[in-house]
Design a protein around this ligand. Structure first.
Ligand SMILES: [Zn+2]
Ligand SMILES: [Zn+2]
Length: 358
């Protein structure tokens, strides 16, 4: 029997793993693959597993290991299995084979699920993302792609847009539509409570609409995937309603109408921040574009809102934003365990060996 690189005893026993001939250590359960066997073994284990080509990441630091090749006794080198995923395998510099510790072996099963996601999360900012953000003043998102089609998000965007455009058809129709705005003074007297919902679908101008719909599109697809279509709609309306109520309680006698999807979308920010921690959203500091974790991005966003509220700038319902955001955080926190259990990719992304480059 060959000598185990980990135990230094002749305990490597030939066995069959995923229909493949390999050597397993009887003591530490680590695996030794003669050259080429690892690729074949894992390819048959999981269809979407890319071959483990440690040579493909020349930029990664290759460190010397204290383990010795069981064939030639040369010190082996350590390699990360995937960029961003800190699972190490050791390889003989003479290409005699690859050693995988038992703990690392278990982690490789996550690697197959993570392979595509890591590519999406680890994307770099480049001249295209820079030009996009510079011209539109809108961030770029780096997150996993949703598995389900986010048709409820699309439907919400469509409904908001159609209602906005309908306002241009005739003055009478516009009057009819904009009677759906929320007036705190009325809500605090129990009147026109339906406007808590209808006001969420009304926008005061093109930039108001486009800004809101962009952020709905950015966060909605992933949240809808995690929640399911109808639950997503429910929490969306709930956050929007809570936002309108927060605005009302802040200034109950205000006759100033409030409208827009911002409060509901602020709620989406709160959930996104808790559930998609490995995602990135780009922020532009003057002309410097930087990938930020969601908590960093939304911290800046909420900071601007608090600043706006303190300095009392007109035209933006800051309290509605803050109220929606806090509601989203609460819903996100309450549902965190449920969402992780129902949406396994979130659990996989929480793997401690996962490091995102920002
Ligand atoms: Zn061993
Ligand atoms: Zn060797």
């Amino acid at each position: 029997m060959k000598t185990c690189p980990n135990c230094h005893t002749p305990t490597l026993q030939p066995t069959v793993y995923h229909n493949q001939q390999v050597d397993v250590c009887r003591t530490c359960k680590g695996l030794w693959f003669d050259e080429g066997e690892l690729d074949l073994a894992l390819a048959s284990a999981d269809d979407d597993y890319d071959t483990v080509d440690v040579e493909k990441h020349p930029g990664q630091a290759v460190t010397n290991s204290d383990r010795l090749c069981p064939i030639c006794s040369a010190p082996m080198t350590s390699h990360n299995l995937l960029a961003g995923y800190q699972v190490e395998v050791e390889r003989c510099p003479q290409n005699h084979g690859i050693w995988v510790d038992k703990d690392e072996l278990e982690a490789t099963h996550h690697a197959s699920q993570l392979h595509q996601h890591l590519g999406e999360l680890n994307g770099k900012v480049n001249w295209k993302t820079w030009v996009f953000q510079f011209l539109t003043q809108m961030p770029v998102e780096y997150n996993i792609k949703p598995k389900r089609k986010p048709w409820m998000t699309w439907l919400l965007i469509l409904v908001n847009t159609v209602i906005f455009l309908s306002g241009f058809v005739s003055v009478d129709l516009a009057k009819e539509l904009y009677s759906g705005v929320m007036v705190p003074n009325e809500i605090s007297h129990g009147q026109h409570l339906v406007t808590l919902i209808t006001s969420q679908f009304l926008h005061g101008g093109w930039m108001h609409l486009i800004g809101n719909m962009y952020f709905l599109w950015l966060t909605g697809d992933n949240l809808e995937d995690a929640l399911g279509h109808w639950r997503f709609l429910l929490v969306y309306l709930l956050c929007g309603t809570a936002a309108a109520l927060a605005q009302t309680s802040f200034m109950p006698n205000s006759p100033i109408p409030t409208l827009g999807a911002s409060g509901a979308i602020a709620g989406l920010f709160g959930m996104y921040l808790l559930w998609f921690r490995k995602a990135s959203i780009t922020f532009m500091f003057f002309v410097y574009q930087k990938k930020l974790p969601p908590w960093g991005f939304f911290l800046i966003w909420i900071g601007f809102n608090i600043l706006g509220m303190v300095t009392n700038s007109q035209g933006v319902a800051y309290m509605a934003h803050i109220g929606g955001f806090v509601t989203g955080l609460i819903i996100g926190w309450v549902l965190l365990g449920w969402v992780r259990a129902r949406y396994p990719v979130l659990t996989v992304l929480e793997h401690p060996k996962l490091k995102i480059r920002r």
